[in-house]
Design a protein around this ligand. Structure first.
Ligand code: NAD
Length: 340
């Protein structure tokens, strides 16, 4: 498989975004985000998204250099409509505004509506953590055919509706971060499996009749079947609440609204200034104590070790900075025409 440095992945994303018409700051934000997603091991949200972004742009479903509309700016409440703006920039700038507000008021409830795909949600938790803020977000996906089958459904009825929550560490990073799709695997991971010609993990997919399958072709090539919610009724319930928080509360587009074939994310995020709650040192110490307590357990049979949320991403980043990032042939050959 071809191996690239993170700098090379940044360069191709930056160039494509610039040619799409993004101004320098936006091209940088998008390229940096995609490169970091690949570094963190989330190839589903890295440079493999570029062909989709070019398609969305060509179809008028992703708007470069967009200015979000401020719908409400009232105390701790900040409501922005991104109007299909380039998601990585819309979300990063919205979270930066929320961080500033949280510094004044102690916390900010941010509603970001109708942004084009905002990518890896952990990126925004990391932005908040770098400023000593805790971060929690519920996100939905609309304008796209449904791909998540909630518990007991034989049909897809939601997007992959991610949930993310993180607390800051003393090193400017996160002390602990959970960042996940509410499906067993993110949709992009089914795409990566399809592109590599390997089966999806057991228990992640159903076919057109609602039966379990490991073949990602139905979902990715034929748009049939679905990804299933993780954790039975509990993960499914979290996905449903993410839909409701991002729509009924944040005002974003619902999954059942008319679909134009775009990828619209809406996010309800809460940013909390830990300086008002004992400070980053206290938060990091408490998180470290919880980590140590959990790691003191015996390792269960069949497992090599105990990992905590955020550990795999940290390891991937260290390893990929050292050895480079593999990008499969299909993804490379999809990026070439998009770049052209
Ligand atoms: P994942 O399953 O790889 O990881 C989910 C979480 O579990 C992470 O916090 C990770 O640190 C933790 N984890 C993984 N393995 C672990 C282990 N062995 N022990 C303990 N903890 C472990 O992630 P995913 O669900 O495939 O999501 C990938 C990315 O997709 C996320 O960054 C998410 O924000 C993003 N996403 C975005 C959208 C969107 O529409 N923008 C939709 C869905 C997902």
């Amino acid at each position: 498989m071809p191996v690239f440095s993170s700098k090379a992945l940044y360069a191709v994303s930056h160039l494509i975004s610039r040619r799409m018409g993004s101004e320098e700051a936006e091209a940088h934000e998008v390229a940096d985000h995609l490169m970091r997603a690949n570094l963190a091991g989330h190839d589903s949200h890295g440079v493999g998204m570029l062909p989709a972004y070019v398609r969305l742009f060509v179809e008028g479903l992703l708007v470069v250099n967009q200015t979000p509309e401020t719908v409400l700016d009232f105390g701790a409440l900040l409501v922005l409509d991104a109007r299909r703006g380039y998601g990585q920039r819309m979300a990063a700038n919205a979270v930066r505004r929320a961080i500033e507000r949280a510094r004044e008021t102690g916390a900010c409830v941010l509603a970001l509506r109708n942004s084009s795909h905002i990518g890896r949600i952990g990126t925004y938790a990391e932005l908040a953590a770098a400023q000593g803020m805790a971060f929690t977000a519920f996100v939905n996906v609309a304008d796209h055919h449904d791909i998540q089958a909630p518990y007991a459904c034989a049909d897809a009825r939601l997007g992959t509706n991610p949930f993310c929550t993180a607390v800051p560490g003393t090193d400017g990073g996160v002390a602990m971060m959970l960042d996940m799709a509410t499906t067993t695997i993110a949709a992009g991971k089914a795409r990566v499996a399809y592109n590599k010609g390997v089966p999806a993990p057991d228990g992640a997919l159903i076919d057109a009749d609602g039966n379990p399958t490991t073949d990602p072709a139905g979902l990715i090539r034929d748009h049939t079947g679905a990804l299933v919610s993780f954790g039975k009724h509990k993960g499914s319930g979290l996905a449903i609440m993410a839909e409701i928080m991002a729509t009924a509360i944040a005002g974003g587009q619902r999954a059942d609204a008319e679909q134009k074939g775009g990828i619209l994310n809406s996010m309800l995020a809460v940013v909390i200034d830990t300086a008002r709650l004992g400070g980053v040192e206290t938060v990091a110490r408490e998180a470290a104590a919880t980590r140590a307590h959990i790691k003191s357990a015996r390792v269960a049979p069949g497992f090599a070790e105990i990992l905590l949320p955020g550990d795999p991403e940290r390891r991937y980043t260290a390893e990929r900075l050292r050895a480079g990032i593999e990008v499969d042939e299909t993804t490379c050959s999809d990026i070439r025409p998009a770049a052209a």
